[in-house]
Design a protein around this ligand. Sequence first.
Ligand code: FAD
Length: 559
Amino acid sequence: MAQMKWWGWGDEGVAFTHEDKPALAPFIHRHIGLDVTTSSSTHTGFEALDLPEPTLPPALRADLEAAVGEQYVSADPLDRLVRARGKCLRDLVRHRAGDIGRIPDVVVRPGSEDDLTAILRAALEADAVVIPFGGGTNISGSLEAPDGETRPVVSVDVARMDRVLEIDEGSGIARVQPGVLGPSLEAQLNARGWTIGHFPDSFTHSTLGGWIATRSSGMQSDKYGDIADLTRAVRVVTPTGTLVTRPVPHTSTGPSVREMVLGSEGRLGIISEATVHVHRVPEKRVILGYLFPDWERALAAMHDIAASDAAPSVTRVSDSWETQFSFATRKDPTPIDRAKSKALTTYLERRRGYDLERMCLAFIGYEGTKDHVARQRKLAGKIVSTHGGLGIGASPGELYDQKKFDTPYIRDWLLDRGALADVSETSAPWTLLPVVYANATTAARQAFADLGVRGYVMCHLSHSYHAGACLYFTFAFVPSGTREPIEEYDVVKTAIQQSFVDSGATLSHHHAVGTEHAQWLEQDISAPGVAMLQALFDGIDPGANLNPGKIVGSHRSRV
Ligand SMILES: Cc1cc2nc3c(=O)[nH]c(=O)nc-3n(C[C@H](O)[C@H](O)[C@H](O)COP(=O)(O)OP(=O)(O)OC[C@H]3O[C@@H](n4cnc5c(N)ncnc54)[C@H](O)[C@@H]3O)c2cc1C
């Protein structure tokens, strides 16, 4: 399989473009003063990079080759570079600038759990650092070896372990290897009529093992659950042997060892297999678009839907800022589209009293039998109307569904043009969501003002639960040019993250801790909570060989 770009998102040759979206360039210029029609900066070429020679003791190399076979042990510079970091903004900015950090000395590609056991044994004997690698898509600094690490660094890429091993059709669970990428997992399950129902926006390039190790959430989590709910059991190769939990629906065996593995970011061992929930591929799947007069009423509607008998698969609503951005990314509309759109806006303004500047776009997804979908639509539709909302049919939802795996390319497109864009996401109880929203957007705008830059911040609610929901913020700005861009990025990102924990929300709903969010962990889970995690990692891994410095025990590495 082709390698992911080392300097950006996704596949070589695939890129975002504004050229088929006539409203986008003026929109961006209006809001952050960026002229996107000229591309000013680009990344350092691979040939110009100063890649250090690997420091791999011959005995360790021989043991790794004995473990997996010579052809699966690579010190190739590109192999090592691609696995050095994930895809957070800091990773991209540094890589693009030719600052590649402490890249792994070797990439090992196991084919089985026995291979993993042999790799770990060899690495621990040599006092090497072991960093499991899935798809490399994390955005929390979960992969990078600590700066100045003097021990050999072994990246364990589990991509060869990519099979669905067994489907227990009677129980709706499947045993799956950790290295399977989203599309391959779905293809293997779909071939037998099943789906996992886990579709993060990074689906095309992320793996089951990575999802588990970061506590990931997919778009349809309202129906299927987050990866933490979907993962019934794990097998993990640890320094003290293979940890095995049973795929039971619930258990009373003390603190959950399965939960300890969820979100462990490679600090407890290498996940070699998981048993996950699978569901029959639904007869019907539809995502419908809705409009709300404002954010307050949109939030209230989402809360009422979560508290009702309706069970949609997706609930997602954008604030007015994200709504306007979404409209600006529409492809060139046909004359009929334009006429329809004009008729709709006239109707909304004149008949419904909408202020188009405050209007919010929502998507609600329904899955199941035709009858189930019809009933759900009716239930949710009634709640939407109660809050002044209006259904606008299937086409906006279809468009969103199609383009969601393309949007990750936008960040590179903006970086090419000298702008920084990133995300911060959190979750909070329903009653706190309006406060969290107000505090985070105020914090971001204050940070832009303090820096003297023009910035844009927008938000959507997604992943609804009984007790609350996730708020997902996206921000972008053009750096002032007076400081290092990444320093200015830190000011904005820190302001938003700090506002989360100060408002009673969590440091991340589904992007994990890594090194990027580690500084807020104690405020989030309290000092005894951090001490408990530290004791767990120290107990399992006394030599700090397993992905050291992630979650606890390190400060974020800075440019
Ligand atoms: C554009 C974009 C969109 C995204 N959208 C979403 C989204 O919608 N939802 C979401 O949840 N996340 C999202 N993410 C974040 C990211 O995709 C997730 O964190 C994902 O779960 C990482 O999986 P991966 O296979 O790429 O893991 P990697 O990045 O390779 O690794 C992540 C961590 O898991 C560890 N790890 C990986 N495999 C194993 C294993 N077998 N055993 C033990 N540890 C392991 C690694 O050591 C590392 O600490 C997005 C990221 C980007 C860049």
